[in-house]
Ligand binder design. Structure first.
Ligand SMILES: Nc1ncnc2c1ncn2[C@@H]1O[C@H](COP(=O)(O)OP(=O)(O)OP(=O)(O)O)[C@@H](O)[C@H]1O
Length: 307
């Protein structure tokens, strides 16, 4: 288990992480979400003792990770998959890590097999594709058979097959009872992988809940109504307090009124309805809504495309 209490990191006048408190439990995948620059990598580096907090503390299994007697047996981390000596083969890279960390040599073959790199184990990692590099980084993280695993943006730049592989691996590791903490700036990725979410924006905690709670709390249900009498229905629904938006030329998107009420109101007013369907806002939309005030860099809207 990872536990952060009042964790804070200041770089000069920039507050990268601001009073962050959360815990990451074993046996589930916890997604660590935030827009670019939210403070995810900084937090992960503090968990690993690579950066010292300005204030607050973070422990892994009850103690600061810097005090771990056998670090690779306790936490496996993939922070930067490119941090590999390109001239070495995958096998030698892992062997070197195993030997310097007192890990049995047989683990090298085991993890190479596990990540699907056994066939290219003797090739120099310099020629590896991005996906192979990620797999090698993950092999290194798994080398010490640790109970806690941390992955910083592991699917960045991967193809769909690579993404699926990492997703299934993380789930399998959590199912074995391990603590799996994975950062991403893409909610759509976490939606399919994580059980629990820790969401931050500008270094601050924005949400700490299960994926389902996040959906329930943040995505508003709207109803799509298709009708040939748009204007009439719009007036009727707005009079009853609904928020109504046009959805193309034939339909309305309605919030604040349920499907039954909308159907009944249309019937009572003699308005023909051709479709009535619930639309759940995607988790991505909910995440963007929640963190919109905390995005560090907003892209400029091209002239003429603004609201
Ligand atoms: N070594 C540093 N010196 C100064 N500022 C830093 C340093 N490292 C990070 N920052 C700043 O701290 C903030 C948080 O950065 P961090 O890399 O932790 O965010 P992130 O959520 O991981 O972002 P991304 O998704 O872009 O990787 C940013 O404003 C960043 O510019």
């Amino acid at each position: 288990m990872i536990e952060a209490v009042g964790l804070t990191k200041r770089y000069g006048d920039r507050l990268a992480v601001d009073q962050l408190s959360f815990s990451v439990k074993a046996g589930q995948v916890t997604g660590f979400l935030g827009p670019n620059g939210a403070g995810k990598s900084t937090t992960m580096r503090m968990i690993l003792g690579l950066d010292a907090p300005t204030s607050g503390r973070v422990t892994v299994g009850g103690k600061p990770f810097a005090q771990a007697a056998y670090p690779m047996r306790e936490v496996g981390a993939l922070l930067d998959a490119k941090a590999v000596h390109g001239g070495r083969s995958a096998y030698n890279h892992l062997l070197c890590l195993a030997q310097t960390n007192n890990l049995p040599t047989r683990r090298v073959d085991e993890v190479l097999e596990l990540v699907g790199l056994a066939a290219v184990a003797k090739k120099r990692s310099k020629g590896f594709s991005l996906g192979m590099g990620q797999r090698l980084g993950i092999a290194a993280a798994l080398l010490g058979d640790p109970q806690v695993l941390m992955f910083d943006e592991p699917v960045n730049g991967l193809d769909p097959e690579g993404i699926l592989w990492i997703r299934n691996l993380m789930k399998a590791l959590a199912a074995e009872g391990r603590t799996v903490f994975v950062s991403s700036h893409l909610m759509s990725e976490m939606e399919n992988t994580a059980d629990h979410l820790v969401v931050i924006g500008r270094g601050r905690l924005v949400a700490d809940c299960s994926v389902q709670e996040f959906i329930d709390n943040n995505s508003e249900l709207s109803i799509r109504v298709k009708t040939p009498e748009l204007t009439k229905l719009n007036t009727v629904l707005t009079d009853k307090g609904a928020i109504v938006r046009a959805d193309g030329d034939e339909a309305l998107l309605v919030t604040r009124l349920g499907m039954t009420e909308i159907g009944d109101l249309a019937f009572d007013n003699g308005i023909r309805v051709h479709e009535l369907s619930p639309i759940q806002a995607s988790l991505e939309q909910a995440f963007m809504e929640l963190t919109k005030d905390s995005v560090e860099y907003h892209a400029a809207v091209p002239a003429g495309k603004g609201a």
